[in-house]
Design a protein around this ligand. Structure first.
Ligand SMILES: [Zn+2]
Length: 118
């Protein structure tokens, strides 16, 4: 079990023309940051993605269709972006396993020490 998720950092309407329907006030840019979640931990990565969607023709505009103007505006928004710092958080189940491991280790040490002292 290992899944990548993205959370939204910023949404902005940009004034460029849509490469599909040429509407000039319907492009919505969404900047997202990647998050990896497993059963044991949740980690925020430094990877970001940009998604562009036209609210008029309801198309996702993939980077291959972006014009130079769109790229410039996306770059501009990316520069002003405050991404969340990289971090990893262990989930309670991971802590439980760590505690269990420590308890087992201590028990083993005590057990071995007991045998030696006999
Ligand atoms: Zn459009």
């Amino acid at each position: 079990m290992n899944s990548s998720k993205y959370f939204t950092l910023k949404e902005a309407r940009i004034g460029n023309n849509c490469p599909e329907c040429y509407s000039n006030d319907s492009l919505e840019l969404t900047l997202k940051q990647k998050l990896i979640e497993t059963r044991f931990y949740k980690a925020i990565t430094e990877e970001t993605i940009s998604e562009l969607r036209c609210l008029n023709c309801e198309m996702s505009i993939f980077p291959i269709r972006w014009t130079e103007d769109i790229e410039r505006v996306v770059d501009y928004h990316k520069r002003g972006l405050k991404i969340r710092p990289k971090s990893t958080k262990l989930k309670p189940i991971a802590w439980g396993l760590i505690v269990l491991g420590v308890v087992l280790l201590i028990t083993t040490v005590l057990f071995v020490a007991e045998i030696i002292s006999i």
